[in-house]
Design a protein around this ligand. Structure first.
Ligand SMILES: Nc1nc2c(ncn2[C@@H]2O[C@H](COP(=O)(O)OP(=O)(O)OP(=O)(O)O)[C@@H](O)[C@H]2O)c(=O)[nH]1
Ligand SMILES: [Mg+2]
Length: 346
């Protein structure tokens, strides 16, 4: 039986399409019966939870549906939305050489990178927008080109606020699929020009027309954001975390601050789905934040769980609050970085 498995298992795995259902465990690398049991238990318990059953356990699986601790693990101080928005609108980088701080989003396919850009834009515009196109079909990355996304003042659309986002193609576990990690490092250094279409089998060439030979401080990235979908984090292979960690270590060597955004909190926890304000009391969400902390080495206070706008047709304060908290930190970190560069120059 073992011999037979060795003979046929790899060829079957090689044929699996990238869009293969993540809950299908057979012939999938690094998946075991334990994962299947954990997911099945979760489904069963979620079902019971919907019928108002109560569990007081604290295991990973039960945590997924638990009502959470009485004590929140992060202060849920009410963010003054209008005051924060005003501060962000009036923000100016602390280094005169930089007109706008640059935030780069990277992460797996379908993690919600483009949706974060849209969601933040929605807050500033006061209505639902689709600046960065998002897609639900899965498989390979929908975003393929390197583009800077500005947020404009709705009362004066020629005025752009002092922060920009760069969206990237989704990363994949397999080599030669998804965004080449080398291109993320080039983007961090400001080497990738606007409009470049990523090529999974070959990183940007130094001699190509989209290679920026002389990047300014403003072209460089000032804060790197790793976007991960919290609902499928436990299915993410170890190799993928290693890939992300390598990128993070390279960014650290360049002194670039980093943030992790965990999207899809509504899909991960029934309690949060019902009431997004409970995000900091969900044991499951806390556990996933700890996984990121352990796997990537990112401190807990740099990890932000959020829910993006995806099906809503109006903006609402509760969704905004989590996104604004994350944005405020990204901008503060990016500003600290550009100010440190200014200090070094003197
Ligand atoms: N429920 C839920 N869905 C989300 C959330 N964020 C994104 N989505 C959905 O997830 C899907 C993928 O989102 P995208 O923003 O296109 O993801 P991406 O990381 O840009 O994906 P690629 O460009 O393909 O790499 C879309 O259908 C979104 O509506 C979230 O917080 N909650
Ligand atoms: Mg995208």
């Amino acid at each position: 039986m073992k011999c037979f498995e060795r003979l046929v298992s790899q060829p079957i795995r090689d044929c699996l399409p990238p869009s293969f259902d993540p809950h299908q465990f057979a012939y999938r690398a690094n998946r075991s019966t334990e994962d299947a049991i954990a997911i099945t238990l979760h489904r069963a318990l979620s079902h019971l939870e919907n019928r108002k059953s109560y569990f007081a356990d604290d295991t990973t699986v039960v945590g997924l549906i638990s009502d959470g601790d009485e004590m929140a693990y992060r202060e849920i101080e009410k963010l003054d939305r209008d005051k924060t928005l005003k501060e962000l609108k009036e923000f100016k980088p602390g280094n005169p050489k930089v007109e706008r701080v640059r935030i780069l989003l990277h992460g797996p396919v379908g993690a919600g990178k483009s949706s974060i850009i849209n969601s933040i834009n929605n807050i500033f515009q006061g209505h639902i927008t689709s600046e960065a196109l998002a897609d639900a079909t899965g498989g390979h990355s929908f975003t393929k080109t390197y583009k800077t996304h500005y947020t404009r003042d709705p009362s004066n659309p020629t005025y752009k606020y002092a922060f920009v986002f760069n969206d990237t193609m989704g990363l994949e576990v397999d080599k030669d699929k998804g965004m080449p990690p080398e291109d993320i490092l080039l983007a961090l250094k400001g080497r990738v020009k606007e409009g470049y279409t990523f090529n999974p089998v070959s990183p940007l060439s130094e001699n190509g027309p989209y290679y920026n030979k002389d990047p300014s401080l403003g072209d460089k990235v000032h804060c790197l954001v790793t976007v991960l979908p919290i609902d499928t984090l436990s299915l993410m292979p170890k190799e993928f975390f290693s890939k992300l960690r390598k990128i993070r270590l390279n960014a650290s060597d360049m002194g670039i601050p980093q943030v992790v955004i965990l999207t899809k909190v509504d899909e991960a926890c029934q309690m949060v789905k019902k009431d997004i304000k409970k995000v900091y009391t969900s044991k499951y969400i806390k556990k996933q934040m700890e996984t990121c902390n352990a796997q990537l080495g990112i401190p807990m206070n740099c990890i932000f769980p959020v829910k993006n706008y995806h099906k809503e047709i109006y903006v609402n304060n509760e969704i905004d609050e989590l996104l604004l908290k994350a944005l405020k930190h990204m901008i503060n970190f990016a500003n600290d970085y550009v100010m440190a560069v200014a200090d070094k120059a003197h």
